[in-house]
Design a protein around this ligand. Structure first.
Ligand code: FE2
Length: 220
């Protein structure tokens, strides 16, 4: 007997929202099982990215979309071999070629789910594009890159810079801020950099400069 799987668009609004909640939970569980660090990195980015989008005055529905895209931005890494993902040192050029496939793998995973995941796939696939067109996978430039992906590029770099790596110690917050400013207008959307630096300043003004932590209630 054939199993009939309903298409996303054939579901009622209520069923669609239940489907999205369940699918999101399943994707996050798979991501966490595959790589705990990627999952925790995504959770930090969700806070940074949503706060930055809010400073930029984006509407509520878009804030949610950007938060979910941050949580799932590296979901494509489940298609990257562990020997590359967890390599204790710099990657070779061949390994980078494989690693750079993760945005496209993420797009393919999300796009086939339909609904909100279709929208998320367009942000996720572009999170390593650069403002100057030198990024990957498509070499998009400036506003060709979805705003959510431009935000992810900034907060992703900040989180990477301020986290310890096996082969280097974390940058100080001051050094990471200076690096974002230095690369604004080339690697990053300058408006997004300014908005994120404001998020950091507002956060420090509220709770001191002891790190970002997980508490952003003051922003909402
Ligand atoms: Fe990535």
């Amino acid at each position: 007997m054939a199993i009939i799987i309903p298409t996303f668009s054939s579901l009622s609004i209520q069923q669609q929202s239940l489907f999205e909640e369940c699918m999101l939970a399943a994707l996050l569980a798979v991501q966490r099982f595959h790589d705990q660090d990627t999952a925790e990195h995504g959770e930090r980015l969700a806070l940074y990215a949503q706060a930055t989008a809010r400073i930029l005055g984006r509407p509520k529905e878009e804030l949610r979309l950007i938060r979910l895209a941050a949580l799932l931005h590296d979901i494509g890494k489940i298609g990257i071999p562990g020997s590359i993902l967890h390599k204790p040192g710099p990657l070779t050029e061949e390994e980078w070629v494989i690693m750079r496939r993760h945005p496209e793998i993420g797009r393919q995973i999300l796009a086939q789910l339909g609904g909100i995941f279709q929208l998320l796939s367009r942000i996720v696939v572009a999170h390593h594009e650069r403002w100057d067109g030198q990024g990957y996978p498509s070499g998009l430039a400036k506003e060709e890159i979805p705003l959510g992906a431009r935000i992810l590029a900034v907060v992703d770099s900040y989180d990477a810079m301020t986290s310890d790596r096996l082969y280097r110690a974390a940058f100080s917050v001051t050094k990471a801020r200076a690096e974002l400013r230095r690369c604004a207008g080339r690697q990053y959307d300058p408006q997004v950099v300014e908005a994120f630096l404001r998020v950091l300043t507002l956060y420090e003004g509220n709770v001191g400069s002891a790190g970002m932590g997980n508490h952003f209630a003051w922003l909402w």
